[in-house]
Design a protein around this ligand. Structure first.
Ligand code: NAD
Ligand code: MG
Length: 385
């Protein structure tokens, strides 16, 4: 029986995770749950999974939840301390890290420092603090399993092979809803159009990241740290069908890929139960019905967020944390109708240009760079857009 902390339980990944847990009650038990503001769903999850500890963002929400659950309520706490307590609970074996954004970093890092294994969906943890996170993973001897479908595919394609035989990783990308839009048309796209991903059903922030292709940029940085390879050995192929989830090319020219229908339950379940494969209630992949799998090179001109991510990765140190924070502010501002779609990369570029990248030695430096970038991006929106 594996005991889980599910951070971000009311989100897209959190809900899929709990579906897997519900289908395999002999394998998993939920010890703790955390959520932001969706109290209604959280309440249902508490009744269904009976966790020992629950954390929400605000003390007021904790009180509301306590009174509506009545005397059967578990311990309910709030704030960042609440997230950390859920991640580090003594009974937890593995933490499913699925909060969105840099808010996931501190509880994930706390879990690692407490010796918990991690199933990592929150890619922002590795984007903002990759070297510090991987150092802690090695020092504590914990296992960090990727949940992101591309990284799960690479993880699976590396199994049984020697790392020194790898020539490069090939991350696939759907290209998002605007794959075929001309640059001029991108100026006018609305949040509703950008949220409508062709293949995946995801949270709002990652859906916008997929439309700008910043998601793939963040994933290149995530892969850089997870698999310890430089940017030059990580390529991107646009693959609109989202069936080949990523590939590894070896020195002899062999390419090993992982394929499947686009459903996050597959990589979540693999991270939760590695090396075992769980039977999942999903339709099979029918390649004959699909007929065609196609691939093309990404267009870094139209999707300049990709180029920005490679630049930030090369600059290193605090630059990826600044890229990430500026992106979070930009996505929020776009969703609020404050800036246009093409302002997103412009804002990130302007923020990065005003930043002097510094080496990262401590997590506090990541938080400082993150806060600086949020303030700076906000200032640029208020003064220049
Ligand atoms: P989501 O928006 O659907 O859910 C986010 C969860 O985090 C919710 O439970 C929300 O209440 C909670 N949350 C939000 N802000 C918080 C804060 N400041 N403090 C504490 N909790 C907070 O997001 P999602 O699509 O499930 O994505 C979660 C993470 O997984 C992201 O990092 C995303 O990049 C990654 N991911 C998602 C998918 C996907 O298919 N959805 C695929 C790969 C990776
Ligand atoms: Mg992904």
């Amino acid at each position: 029986m594996k005991c889980l902390a599910v951070l971000g339980s009311t989100g897209s990944i959190g809900v899929s995770t709990l579906d897997i847990v519900a289908a395999h009650p002999d394998k998993f038990r939920v010890v703790s749950l955390t959520a932001g503001r969706n109290l209604q769903l959280l309440q249902q999850q508490i009744r269904r999974f009976n966790p020992r500890l629950v954390a929400v963002l605000s003390p007021a929400d904790a009180e509301t939840l306590k009174s509506s659950l009545g005397c059967g309520a578990p311990e309910i706490i709030s704030g960042i301390e609440g997230l950390i307590a859920c991640a580090c609970h003594a009974d937890v074996d593995m933490v499913l890290s699925a909060i969105v954004g840099a808010a996931g970093l501190i509880p994930t890092m706390a879990a690692i420092e407490n010796g918990k294994d991690i199933a990592l969906a929150n890619k922002e943890t590795l984007v903002t603090a990759g070297p510090l996170v991987m150092e802690a993973v090695a020092r504590k001897g914990v296992r960090l399993f990727p949940v992101d479908s591309e990284h799960s595919a690479i993880f699976q394609s590396l199994e049984g092979h020697r790392r020194r035989d790898v020539r490069r990783l090939i991350l696939t990308a759907s290209g998002g809803p605007f794959r075929n839009r001309a640059l001029a048309e991108l100026q006018r796209v609305t949040p509703a159009e950008a949220l409508a991903h062709p293949n995946w059903n995801m949270g709002r922030k990652i859906s916008i990241d997929s439309a700008t292709m910043m998601n793939k940029g963040l994933e290149v940085i995530e892969a850089r740290w997870l698999f310890d390879l430089p940017a030059e050995q990580i390529s991107i192929h646009i693959h609109p069908q989202s069936i080949v989830h990523s590939m590894v090319e070896y020195l002899d020219g062999s390419v090993i890929a992982q394929l499947g229908i686009p459903d996050m339950k597959t990589p979540i379940a693999y991270a939760l139960s590695y090396p075992e494969r769980l039977p999942l209630d999903l339709p099979p992949l029918d390649l004959c019905r699909l007929g065609t799998l196609s691939f093309e090179m990404p267009d870094l001109q139209r999707f300049s967020c990709l180029a920005l991510a490679y630049e930030a990765m090369r600059a290193g140190g605090s630059a990826p944390a600044v890229l990430n924070a500026a992106n979070e502010v930009a996505v929020e501002a776009f969703l609020n109708g404050e800036i246009s779609f093409l302002n997103i990369p412009e804002l990130i570029r302007a923020t990065l240009e005003n930043h002097q990248a510094a080496p990262l030695e401590h997590i506090d430096e990541v938080l400082r760079a993150d806060l600086w970038a949020r303030t700076e991006a906000r200032r640029i929106i208020d003064t220049s857009f």
